[in-house]
Write a protein that binds this ligand. Structure first.
Ligand code: CP
Length: 314
């Protein structure tokens, strides 16, 4: 693998290898001493031009547990705040001998652009409304664990995954659709017409505005955050009306079978797209997703920098 910009960069074999190695990393995560020497001497810069809790922290932990030197750079506190361009910042850091950049940016396509300026490998940690490939990988990891817990094996073939909410502004949905296209999951997208991305009919998924009808058929329900910070206009009348039609309310949650896994990439707007009853339920995978984030990012870093062979052996 050379960098990771899009979920579409990965074939089925590569996805399986990342998820399988992540399982080994996940067992290490449960140990009292979590260090592995795999990336000793490697340097990873987490370069975040946009806020993050889960992604930045889990990449930092992942790098540290693999014994890499990890450095966090955010726009605030760097020379970007003095007007330095992203290109100059990237090329400056690259000249220091960095092995990999983990980059988040508010503009779609910014990470691919950055990758063209540097020798180091680049991992897309979320670019605007475009993609968030490691989120889709950790979602797949948590879902696969859930299916196995139910005794259904680890295959996604034919599994019905409903992704619900603010699809227009979501990079998570794009990466999940691309990853599930490769894995064989059957994705149905649910949103009000105002929050459907242009061209969604070409994504190869079913699209619905009737959450209740989709809910009864789903194996996984993934709720997406209403991204108010990216909204300039009135995409729906009020948060209360949005929740009534598209939220996983207490009433909808009560209808769900406990075998249905509930996902949310976070951060959550409780009471808008998801009720606390659903977020904190026994079949909620929200914290499993967070935990998977460290293991999957360890696996991605290991595949990119650690000399994993064809089968991803440690
Ligand atoms: N899911 C996710 O990307 O969360 P953060 O914005 O906290 O990284």
């Amino acid at each position: 693998m050379k960098g990771l910009l899009s979920a579409a960069d990965l074939n089925a074999h590569e996805i399986e290898s990342i998820l399988d190695v992540a399982e080994e990393m996940h067992t290490i995560q449960q140990r009292p001493v979590k260090k592995l020497p795999a990336l000793r001497g490697r340097t990873i810069v987490n370069l975040f031009f946009e806020d993050s809790t889960r992604t930045r922290t889990s990449f930092e932990i992942a790098g540290k547990w693999l014994s890499a030197d990890t450095i966090n750079v955010s726009a605030k506190g760097s020379s970007v705040s003095k007007g330095e361009s992203m290109r100059d910042t990237m090329m400056t850091l690259d000249s220091m001998g960095v092995d990999a950049f983990v980059i988040r940016h508010s503009s779609s396509g910014a990470v691919a652009q950055a990758a063209s300026w540097v020798k180091a490998q680049c991992i897309n940690a979320g670019d605007g409304q475009h993609e968030h490939p490691t989120q889709a990988l950790l979602d797949a990891f948590a879902m696969r664990q859930h299916f196995r817990t139910l005794g259904e094996g680890g295959s996604f073939a034919g599994k019905r995954i409903a992704i619900v909410g603010d699809l227009l502004h979501s990079r998570v949905v794009r990466s999940n659709v691309l990853l599930q296209r490769t894995l064989g999951g059957k994705v149905t997208l649910v949103a009000p017409p105002t929050l459907l991305p242009m061209g969604v009919d070409t994504w190869g998924c079913e699209v619905s505005s009737d959450f209740d009808a989709v809910l009864d058929e789903a194996d996984i329900v993934m709720m997406l955050r209403v991204q108010r910070e990216r909204m300039s206009g009135g995409f729906f009348p009020t948060a209360r009306e949005y929740a009534a039609s598209y939220g996983l309310t207490e009433e909808r949650f009560a209808r769900l079978s406990p075998t249905v896994g509930i996902c949310h990439p976070g951060p959550m707007n409780r009471g808008v797209e998801i009720s606390s009853a659903a977020a904190d339920a026994i079949n909620s995978l929200v914290l499993d997703q967070v935990s998977a984030g460290v293991a999957v990012r360890m696996s991605v870093l290991y595949h990119l920098l650690g000399g994993a062979d064809e089968e991803g052996q440690l």
